[in-house]
Design a binder for this molecule. Structure first.
Ligand SMILES: Nc1ncnc2c1ncn2[C@@H]1O[C@H](COP(=O)(O)OP(=O)(O)O)[C@@H](O)[C@H]1O
Ligand SMILES: [Mg+2]
Length: 215
Protein backbone atom coordinates (compact mmCIF):
# COMPACT_ATOMS: atom_id res chain seq x y z
CA UNK A 1 0.00 0.00 0.00
CA UNK A 2 0.97 3.65 -0.43
CA UNK A 3 0.74 6.45 2.10
CA UNK A 4 -2.25 8.77 1.74
CA UNK A 5 -1.43 11.92 -0.28
CA UNK A 6 -1.46 14.01 2.95
CA UNK A 7 0.89 11.68 4.82
CA UNK A 8 3.20 11.42 1.83
CA UNK A 9 3.32 15.21 1.42
CA UNK A 10 4.17 15.59 5.12
CA UNK A 11 6.94 12.97 4.92
CA UNK A 12 8.36 14.31 1.64
CA UNK A 13 8.91 17.65 3.35
CA UNK A 14 11.77 16.11 5.33
CA UNK A 15 10.19 16.81 8.73
CA UNK A 16 11.83 16.43 12.12
CA UNK A 17 10.46 13.17 13.48
CA UNK A 18 9.61 13.65 17.14
CA UNK A 19 8.38 10.84 19.35
CA UNK A 20 8.47 9.46 22.85
CA UNK A 21 5.45 10.90 24.65
CA UNK A 22 2.87 8.31 23.71
CA UNK A 23 3.74 4.63 23.50
CA UNK A 24 1.20 2.55 21.61
CA UNK A 25 2.65 -0.89 22.20
CA UNK A 26 5.66 -3.14 21.96
CA UNK A 27 6.54 -6.69 20.98
CA UNK A 28 9.58 -8.91 20.54
CA UNK A 29 11.48 -6.45 18.34
CA UNK A 30 10.17 -2.92 18.58
CA UNK A 31 8.39 -0.21 20.48
CA UNK A 32 5.77 1.80 18.64
CA UNK A 33 5.16 5.46 19.51
CA UNK A 34 2.76 7.99 18.15
CA UNK A 35 4.63 10.88 16.51
CA UNK A 36 4.61 13.94 18.79
CA UNK A 37 4.28 16.23 15.78
CA UNK A 38 1.81 14.22 13.68
CA UNK A 39 -1.00 12.29 15.38
CA UNK A 40 -1.81 10.35 12.17
CA UNK A 41 1.57 8.63 12.10
CA UNK A 42 3.51 6.26 14.33
CA UNK A 43 7.12 5.14 14.49
CA UNK A 44 8.49 1.70 15.29
CA UNK A 45 11.96 1.82 16.83
CA UNK A 46 14.17 -0.99 18.16
CA UNK A 47 13.30 -2.13 21.65
CA UNK A 48 15.43 -0.40 24.29
CA UNK A 49 16.03 2.57 22.01
CA UNK A 50 15.62 5.71 24.12
CA UNK A 51 13.93 8.69 22.46
CA UNK A 52 15.79 12.01 22.63
CA UNK A 53 19.08 10.45 23.61
CA UNK A 54 22.50 10.56 21.98
CA UNK A 55 24.89 7.98 20.54
CA UNK A 56 27.15 7.90 23.57
CA UNK A 57 24.32 7.45 26.03
CA UNK A 58 22.72 4.67 23.96
CA UNK A 59 26.01 2.74 23.91
CA UNK A 60 26.38 3.12 27.67
CA UNK A 61 22.85 2.19 28.49
CA UNK A 62 22.20 -0.97 26.58
CA UNK A 63 24.13 -3.06 24.08
CA UNK A 64 21.05 -5.21 23.52
CA UNK A 65 19.37 -2.37 21.67
CA UNK A 66 21.73 -3.25 18.83
CA UNK A 67 20.21 -6.74 18.55
CA UNK A 68 16.76 -5.24 18.19
CA UNK A 69 18.19 -2.79 15.64
CA UNK A 70 19.22 -5.78 13.50
CA UNK A 71 15.73 -7.32 13.82
CA UNK A 72 14.26 -4.12 12.38
CA UNK A 73 16.75 -4.30 9.49
CA UNK A 74 15.27 -7.72 8.67
CA UNK A 75 11.79 -6.24 8.85
CA UNK A 76 12.86 -3.50 6.39
CA UNK A 77 14.25 -6.17 4.05
CA UNK A 78 10.93 -8.04 4.05
CA UNK A 79 9.02 -4.78 3.62
CA UNK A 80 11.06 -3.91 0.54
CA UNK A 81 10.13 -7.23 -1.03
CA UNK A 82 6.41 -6.99 -0.25
CA UNK A 83 5.61 -3.26 -0.33
CA UNK A 84 3.51 -3.53 -3.49
CA UNK A 85 1.00 -5.87 -1.81
CA UNK A 86 -2.24 -4.28 -0.62
CA UNK A 87 -2.12 -5.92 2.81
CA UNK A 88 1.26 -4.39 3.68
CA UNK A 89 1.28 -1.15 5.67
CA UNK A 90 3.17 1.71 3.97
CA UNK A 91 6.48 2.39 5.66
CA UNK A 92 9.07 5.17 5.47
CA UNK A 93 12.49 4.31 6.88
CA UNK A 94 14.07 7.20 8.81
CA UNK A 95 17.41 7.65 10.55
CA UNK A 96 17.06 8.25 14.28
CA UNK A 97 20.23 10.35 14.48
CA UNK A 98 21.99 7.87 16.75
CA UNK A 99 24.73 5.41 15.78
CA UNK A 100 26.12 2.19 17.21
CA UNK A 101 29.76 1.90 18.31
CA UNK A 102 30.47 0.59 14.79
CA UNK A 103 28.93 3.65 13.20
CA UNK A 104 25.73 1.95 12.04
CA UNK A 105 22.59 4.08 12.06
CA UNK A 106 19.64 3.30 14.28
CA UNK A 107 16.59 3.30 11.99
CA UNK A 108 12.90 3.78 12.65
CA UNK A 109 9.85 2.82 10.59
CA UNK A 110 7.24 5.54 10.16
CA UNK A 111 3.73 4.35 9.35
CA UNK A 112 0.09 5.43 9.45
CA UNK A 113 -1.60 4.94 12.79
CA UNK A 114 -4.06 2.05 12.67
CA UNK A 115 -6.92 1.05 14.90
CA UNK A 116 -5.73 -2.25 16.31
CA UNK A 117 -8.06 -3.06 19.20
CA UNK A 118 -10.09 -6.24 19.23
CA UNK A 119 -13.29 -4.22 19.37
CA UNK A 120 -12.28 -2.34 16.19
CA UNK A 121 -11.54 -5.61 14.43
CA UNK A 122 -14.84 -7.08 15.57
CA UNK A 123 -16.59 -4.20 13.81
CA UNK A 124 -15.27 -5.05 10.35
CA UNK A 125 -18.07 -5.32 7.79
CA UNK A 126 -18.54 -8.26 5.42
CA UNK A 127 -17.11 -6.09 2.60
CA UNK A 128 -14.02 -5.17 4.61
CA UNK A 129 -13.50 -8.82 5.51
CA UNK A 130 -13.83 -9.87 1.88
CA UNK A 131 -11.21 -7.35 0.74
CA UNK A 132 -8.92 -8.32 3.64
CA UNK A 133 -9.30 -11.98 2.67
CA UNK A 134 -8.45 -11.28 -0.97
CA UNK A 135 -5.38 -9.34 0.08
CA UNK A 136 -4.28 -12.17 2.36
CA UNK A 137 -4.59 -14.59 -0.58
CA UNK A 138 -2.35 -12.20 -2.53
CA UNK A 139 0.29 -12.60 0.23
CA UNK A 140 0.03 -16.41 0.04
CA UNK A 141 0.29 -16.24 -3.72
CA UNK A 142 3.54 -14.28 -3.31
CA UNK A 143 4.84 -17.21 -1.22
CA UNK A 144 4.86 -15.48 2.17
CA UNK A 145 3.24 -16.54 5.42
CA UNK A 146 2.30 -14.76 8.63
CA UNK A 147 4.32 -16.61 11.27
CA UNK A 148 2.48 -15.75 14.48
CA UNK A 149 -1.01 -14.39 14.30
CA UNK A 150 -2.57 -11.75 12.06
CA UNK A 151 -1.16 -8.51 13.54
CA UNK A 152 -3.49 -6.17 11.69
CA UNK A 153 -5.26 -2.86 12.11
CA UNK A 154 -7.68 -0.68 10.20
CA UNK A 155 -6.51 2.50 8.45
CA UNK A 156 -8.40 5.77 7.91
CA UNK A 157 -10.03 4.42 4.75
CA UNK A 158 -11.17 1.26 6.50
CA UNK A 159 -8.55 -0.97 4.88
CA UNK A 160 -7.04 -3.78 6.92
CA UNK A 161 -3.26 -3.80 6.98
CA UNK A 162 -0.58 -6.00 8.51
CA UNK A 163 1.61 -3.76 10.70
CA UNK A 164 4.16 -6.29 11.99
CA UNK A 165 6.06 -7.05 8.79
CA UNK A 166 8.80 -8.65 10.90
CA UNK A 167 6.35 -11.49 11.53
CA UNK A 168 6.09 -12.37 7.81
CA UNK A 169 8.26 -15.20 6.54
CA UNK A 170 9.12 -16.49 3.10
CA UNK A 171 7.97 -20.09 2.54
CA UNK A 172 9.72 -22.91 0.74
CA UNK A 173 6.66 -23.44 -1.41
CA UNK A 174 3.46 -21.56 -2.12
CA UNK A 175 1.29 -24.35 -0.77
CA UNK A 176 2.64 -23.98 2.75
CA UNK A 177 2.12 -20.21 2.53
CA UNK A 178 -1.55 -20.86 1.74
CA UNK A 179 -1.89 -23.46 4.49
CA UNK A 180 -0.30 -21.22 7.12
CA UNK A 181 -2.24 -18.09 6.19
CA UNK A 182 -5.54 -19.96 5.92
CA UNK A 183 -5.21 -21.23 9.45
CA UNK A 184 -4.30 -17.71 10.73
CA UNK A 185 -7.35 -16.44 8.86
CA UNK A 186 -9.65 -18.94 10.53
CA UNK A 187 -8.20 -18.02 13.94
CA UNK A 188 -8.78 -14.35 13.15
CA UNK A 189 -12.44 -14.97 12.25
CA UNK A 190 -12.87 -17.04 15.37
CA UNK A 191 -11.25 -14.52 17.76
CA UNK A 192 -13.21 -11.59 16.33
CA UNK A 193 -16.40 -13.66 16.81
CA UNK A 194 -17.05 -13.66 13.08
CA UNK A 195 -17.45 -17.44 12.98
CA UNK A 196 -20.20 -17.10 15.54
CA UNK A 197 -21.72 -14.18 13.61
CA UNK A 198 -21.80 -15.98 10.26
CA UNK A 199 -23.18 -19.21 11.72
CA UNK A 200 -25.86 -17.56 13.85
CA UNK A 201 -27.99 -16.89 10.78
CA UNK A 202 -28.38 -19.38 7.90
CA UNK A 203 -28.51 -16.54 5.37
CA UNK A 204 -24.96 -15.53 6.33
CA UNK A 205 -23.38 -18.94 5.96
CA UNK A 206 -22.94 -18.46 2.23
CA UNK A 207 -20.84 -15.33 2.90
CA UNK A 208 -18.71 -17.28 5.34
CA UNK A 209 -17.86 -19.85 2.68
CA UNK A 210 -17.20 -17.13 0.17
CA UNK A 211 -14.79 -15.59 2.67
CA UNK A 212 -13.34 -18.94 3.42
CA UNK A 213 -13.04 -19.92 -0.25
CA UNK A 214 -9.42 -20.54 -0.56
CA UNK A 215 -8.36 -20.25 -4.16
N1 LIG B 1 0.67 1.29 12.75
C1 LIG B 1 0.30 1.11 14.03
N2 LIG B 1 -0.72 1.83 14.56
C2 LIG B 1 -1.09 1.66 15.86
N3 LIG B 1 -0.51 0.80 16.70
C3 LIG B 1 0.51 0.04 16.24
C4 LIG B 1 0.97 0.16 14.88
N4 LIG B 1 1.99 -0.70 14.70
C5 LIG B 1 2.15 -1.32 15.88
N5 LIG B 1 1.29 -0.89 16.82
C6 LIG B 1 1.20 -1.36 18.21
O1 LIG B 1 2.50 -1.62 18.69
C7 LIG B 1 2.65 -2.99 19.08
C8 LIG B 1 4.03 -3.49 18.68
O2 LIG B 1 4.21 -3.43 17.28
P1 LIG B 1 4.82 -4.65 16.45
O3 LIG B 1 5.08 -4.17 15.07
O4 LIG B 1 3.96 -5.86 16.60
O5 LIG B 1 6.21 -4.89 17.21
P2 LIG B 1 7.07 -6.25 17.35
O6 LIG B 1 7.72 -6.49 16.02
O7 LIG B 1 8.06 -5.93 18.40
O8 LIG B 1 6.11 -7.36 17.72
C9 LIG B 1 1.51 -3.71 18.38
O9 LIG B 1 1.12 -4.84 19.10
C10 LIG B 1 0.41 -2.67 18.32
O10 LIG B 1 -0.32 -2.64 19.51
MG1 LIG C 1 4.35 -7.86 16.94
Amino acid sequence: MDFSPEDRAWLDNDPDIKFGSKELGSGGAGIVYELDNNPDLVIKVPKRFIPYTDTEKMQDIDARANLFRVLLLKEIETYNKLKKLKIIIPTRVVKLGVKTADGEDYLGLVRPKLKTSLSDLMKLSDEQLLEFRENLVELSEAGYEVAGWLQVGVDRLGKVQIYDIGDIKHCEDKKSAYTGNDSKWYTFLYCTEKVKYFFSDPSRIKTFFKLYKLY
